[in-house]
Design a protein around this ligand. Structure first.
Ligand SMILES: [Zn+2]
Length: 153
């Protein structure tokens, strides 16, 4: 999201933030403040009620590095950096409608028997990549994440 006149307009026209955004022109109020054209509550970016909310929820739930972990984890990821009223309701609604999450739970169309995995004949044909995040803090020079590669050969 780029701060420009559009983001200011979004905040000013937003039902959730317009009043408090206007009162924070010069100073903070109730933990809300403006910075570089963006609007924050504490250290979390306030997201106006527009397509961005659904986009962020979908990214936090099933985006490139996420794994459809469910409502609680999706909410936890979003809570780290973003704020909007009724975020839990939006996360629940979008996660409940997620087709990927619903497929394994389907009783109408069972997926059949398990089949053996393909065994590759050369290295680096079938690989798996994952990031391990949320490692405990080790202080100076700490490791923030691990990148894991698995070759199925
Ligand atoms: Zn999902």
């Amino acid at each position: 999201m780029v701060a420009d006149a559009t983001s200011k307009e979004l905040y000013l026209e937003d039902h959730d933030f317009s009043a408090i955004y206007d009162t924070c022109k010069v100073s903070t109020k109730d933990k809300y403040f403006r910075h570089d054209g963006f609007f924050f509550k504490e250290n979390k970016l306030c997201v106006p009620n527009c397509f961005l909310r659904e986009l962020l929820v979908r990214e936090a739930h099933g985006g490139g590095l996420m794994g459809h972990f469910g409502i609680t984890k999706t909410l936890e990821v979003l809570h780290e950096h973003f704020y909007w009223p009724n975020m839990k309701r939006d996360v629940q609604r979008i996660c409940d409608r997620c087709i990927t999450c619903r497929q394994p739970k389907s009783r109408i169309m069972p997926h059949g028997l398990y089949t053996p995995l393909h065994v590759p004949k050369e290295p680096w044909v079938d690989i798996f990549m994952d990031f391990i995040l949320g490692l405990p803090s080790l202080g100076k020079g700490e490791i923030l994440y691990l990148l894991l590669w698995i070759d199925f050969l």
